[in-house]
Ligand binder design. Structure first.
Ligand code: HEC
Ligand code: HEC
Length: 328
């Protein structure tokens, strides 16, 4: 085979691959995944409401209006009179604990949630007239915007930084920390592992507050607090198990979806969650730690593999040259 002919074949392959790679693939990609704006953590579609005010008054209002359905464990508000199954039967889904909402949700989102839940959760395509998802009116008697500010201020005041008290009371945290402290590794390594554990449990606590009333996480032994068939009755779709979601969707798509499901999935059955940027990043880190715990090794091995292929290609080429030189 002449060198020229070889070059022509090479050029042909390069052109075909080039068309597929830069022409067809991006086109197909843009059709299946239209470009969407990045996550909007300001939730700028919402009305600007007060998010500060009188915490003491906020506490009184919250204890008047919210604890019929919600627990606030951190404040000792735990209602054992009503069985979870009765709450699910009444409201469609188990209402989440409110201990950390002031720390993990964006404050103006929270204020709007109290005022107009259906619109704030972007559920108007499912529930008309602010009747659902939270059975409304959330406050049987109307409250003023200033009173909403008082309630948000109260929630912000009880939500501590890095969810410290929730982490310290987490059983997994205390047992694993104990094991680290008893192991015979250096003090420095103990400190490192303890810190990594603390971050992981914080990520997990945020995930539990925001997601597990609907979703399970089988790889971490978490079952949704509302059975999957009840979620289907309530929202018209099952909430998928999230163990491997980070692999199938990737970080960027997930970030947009969690921030605003309607943006990437038309008529999505999932309400908008309203996490602030910090907390959403932590939720994604948690999903990564469970579904893609070997990410760093995977990328590292990938690089080594590519390097290996390049070197082998060079050898193959040199070898071919040598054989053909003798045949000419
Ligand atoms: C009649 C029962 C009921 C009352 C009263 C109620 N809620 Fe809820 N709340 C729910 C239910 C049910 C959900 C779950 C809705 C869903 O996930 O679709 C919920 C969800 C929430 C969420 C999570 C929203 C999100 O974005 O994930 C917050 C925060 C919240 N409620 C705060 C409050 C506050 C603050 C009050 C008092 C002003 C209150 N709720 C009063 C039933 C109630
Ligand atoms: C009130 C229930 C509810 C809550 C709370 C909730 N989800 Fe969902 N989620 C759903 C439902 C229902 C679906 C299925 C959506 C559909 O098929 O329209 C879904 C779908 C998803 C999907 C799959 C999207 C896709 O394109 O297939 C991901 C990822 C997801 N949720 C992540 C989360 C995360 C992370 C959280 C917490 C920050 C969360 N969800 C909170 C109900 C919920």
């Amino acid at each position: 085979m002449s060198a020229l002919r070889e070059l022509k074949i090479l050029a042909f392959v390069v052109v075909v691959v080039g068309i597929l790679y830069w022409g067809v693939e991006p086109l197909a990609h843009s059709v299946f995944h239209p470009k969407t704006a990045p996550a909007d953590f300001a939730f700028s579609d919402l009305e600007k409401l007060p998010t500060t005010g009188n915490m003491e008054n906020g506490k009184v209002l919250v204890n008047t209006y919210c604890i019929a359905c919600h627990n606030i464990e951190k404040e000792g508000v735990v209602n054992n009179d009503v069985a979870p199954s009765d709450l699910i039967a009444a409201y469609g889904v188990l209402p989440p604990d409110l201990s950390n909402i002031g720390a993990i949700y964006e404050s103006n989102f929270l204020a709007n949630l109290i005022k107009k839940p259906t619109k704030t959760l972007k559920m108007t395509h499912k529930f008309e007239n602010e009747k659902n998802p939270m059975p409304f009116p959330m406050t049987p008697t109307p409250v003023s915007d200033a009173e909403i500010g008082d309630m948000v201020a109260y929630f912000v005041s009880i939500g501590d930084k890095n969810l410290a008290s929730s982490v310290e009371n987490n059983k997994e945290y205390t047992t694993k920390l104990d094991a680290i402290n008893k192991s015979d590794i250096s003090e420095e390594n103990k400190k490192k592992q303890a810190l990594a554990l603390k971050y992981h449990i914080e990520n997990k606590e945020i995930f539990i507050s925001a997601c597990t009333r609907c979703h399970s996480m089988k790889y971490d032994n978490i079952t949704s607090s509302t059975p999957s068939k009840d979620i289907q009755n309530y929202l018209g779709a099952k909430a998928p198990d999230l163990s491997m979601m980070i692999r199938s969707k990737g970080e960027e798509t997930l970030s947009k979806f969690i921030n605003d499901p309607q943006k990437t999935l038309e008529n999505a059955a999932m309400p908008r969650v309203g996490l602030n940027e910090y907390s959403q990043e932590k939720v994604i880190k948690y999903l990564e730690s469970i579904g893609d715990s070997k990410k760093e090794q995977r990328i590292f091995v990938g690089k080594i593999l590519i390097g290996f292929m390049i070197i082998m290609s060079i050898f193959a080429y040199l070898w071919k040259r040598k054989i053909w030189r003798d045949l000419h």
